[in-house]
Design a protein around this ligand. Structure first.
Ligand code: ATP
Length: 195
């Protein structure tokens, strides 16, 4: 099965663009959402996260994402430990999911590809970019987050320039209509490559 990675910085529009591909009948796996679901569902993950972060890792609503995010934001070692608990489970869940798909290719949306040198897991990689000020405005609105917080997340991520250099395709999502046209062209190009 051909796996196309779809990545991009915070608020670039990865999930929005993934939906375009879904509308062409392409199965889409959103790694971040699946990780979140597994962190709420898997007893093994839950136990290990409580060991790592303490009982506050979960509250009565489930996974306490803001708490975990605040803990790992400036602590690379803790992030690595959390990833070691969650990533292998997501990887095996993805493998099982992939086996069930019947399509010319699938899209796997993942915020982290180049950062962890995971390029070899993908046949092609699409990077979604958008102007920084637009991304900040969009995430402020979506998450009710502060400008400063989003700026610090962006500063922590690999730059768009670096991502573009390593990508097979780029979608510029400043204007949704334009971005959707680009997504459709890329979809056609991938189908062409697979002939
Ligand atoms: P994250 O990295 O935070 O998961 P993302 O890259 O998946 O984000 P989205 O969630 O798709 O980004 O988009 C961020 C926000 O911006 C959403 O509220 C979305 O509806 C909005 N958005 C995305 N693209 C556009 C666009 N072209 N025009 C206006 N709003 C947009």
């Amino acid at each position: 099965m051909i796996v196309v990675g779809l990545t991009g910085g915070i608020g670039s529009g990865k999930t929005t663009i993934s939906k375009c591909f879904a509308s062409y009948g392409i199965p889409v796996y959103i790694a971040d959402e699946e990780a979140k679901a597994l962190m709420n569902r898997s007893k093994v993950i839950k136990r290990k996260l409580v060991e790592l972060f303490g009982a506050s890792a979960y509250n009565d609503k489930g996974l306490n994402r803001p708490y975990l995010a605040s803990k790992i934001f400036n602590d690379k070692e803790l992030l690595t430990k959390m990833n070691a608990i969650v990533h292998p489970k997501v990887a095996s869940h993805f493998k099982r999911w992939l086996k069930k798909q019947d399509a010319p290719y699938v899209i796997k949306e993942a915020a982290i590809i180049f950062e962890n040198n995971l390029e070899s897991q993908y046949n092609y990689i699409i990077t979604v970019v958008a102007d920084e000020n637009l991304r900040i405005q969009r995430v402020m609105k979506r998450d009710d987050a502060s400008k400063q917080k989003i700026e610090s997340i962006i500063a922590n991520q690999l730059s768009d320039e670096e991502k573009i250099k390593k990508s097979d395709f780029v979608i510029v999502n400043n204007d949704l209509k334009v971005a959707m046209q680009q997504a459709e062209e890329i979809h056609k190009k991938i189908l062409q490559k697979l002939k």
